[in-house]
Design a protein around this ligand. Structure first.
Ligand SMILES: [Zn+2]
Length: 73
């Protein structure tokens, strides 16, 4: 008997993006992970920093980088 928490049980069928989104939606607020670097964001749902393009949670560092344009200059 296995613990199956994956939608439809088809873990391998999820794309990287869907996987990240699913994790973000299912993590308790206190265990939210940055979708860019994978570190805990240290934030909960109410003050989450969201990636505007992918709508996934970001840590402060990654959010600042994105806010600075995200392009090398
Ligand atoms: Zn990050």
């Amino acid at each position: 008997m296995s613990i199956n928490t994956w939608p439809g049980g088809h873990r391998h069928a999820m794309s990287q993006s869907e996987h990240g989104r699913w994790n973000a939606a299912n993590y308790p607020g206190t265990r939210q992970l940055c979708s860019n670097c994978g570190k805990p964001t240290g934030r909960c749902e109410d003050d989450t920093l969201w990636d505007e393009e992918t709508e996934e949670p970001l840590c402060e560092d990654c959010y600042k980088e994105q806010a600075n344009g995200g392009e090398s200059c």
